[in-house]
Design a protein around this ligand. Sequence first.
Ligand SMILES: Nc1nc2c(c(=O)[nH]1)N[C@H]1C(S)=C(S)[C@@H](COP(=O)(O)O)O[C@H]1N2
Ligand SMILES: [Mo]
Length: 231
Amino acid sequence: MSELDEKAQRIVDARMRLRERFLDKIKQSPAQADERPMGTGEANRHGMPKLPPGQHESKSWPILDLGVKPEIPLEQWSLKIDGAVEQSVTLDWAQLMALPQVELAADFHCVTAWSLMDSTWRGVPFSTVVALAGVKPDATHVMTYAYDGYTTNVPLEEALKDDVLLVHHWNGKPLPRDHGGPLRMITPQLYAWKGAKWINRIELLTRDRKGFWEVRGYSNSAHPWRDDRYS
Ligand SMILES: Nc1nc2c(c(=O)[nH]1)N[C@H]1C(S)=C(S)[C@@H](COP(=O)(O)O)O[C@H]1N2
Ligand SMILES: [Mo]
């Protein structure tokens, strides 16, 4: 194995150990725990009905944000992982791209009732990036921050699911700035507001704290198959 392959293998192993710590919670968190989830259509890749209740399919991809679309040149871009971690880490673009990359198909459900189906996403699993920093045993939640000032929170077991990615490509093309490029998070098993566009910081928390929309009345848990939109 080359030095680079060995490094990649160490990162992948660390990610697996981290996910193992949370595997029971991951399995029991809402998507898997619902015996009769709401919605219609064939099962999607994580076993939920393709279309969550109250959603309709959108053929185009709407743009929703706070109106500020930060432009971050790649040479100035960075992502910080801190909080309840063994060691804070700040990645530059080249370091992010040197991590093991994955590609998967997933749907995208916005709380305003549209769903974008069957996108192909390419990026780095959230769990890979936080494994680099080493997650402390008492970490339970995550706050993500973005270049436009947006924040959103998720339980760690939701964030560690295999389809939660930090993505830089959508359907084979670089992620457009309007949709959070160069890098955004996606949370296919939660409403899309849980995925920060233009992400620049991941803070591990030892107790839950609410993000931008969560303090303004959106659901803290945001589970599409429970029609879980507002708190
Ligand atoms: N940085 C940032 N991320 C964000 C938002 C935002 O305003 N700023 N809006 C959220 C909301 S409410 C939704 S529905 C999705 C929309 O993503 P899109 O514009 O790519 O469709 O991004 C989420 N992530
Ligand atoms: Mo939204």
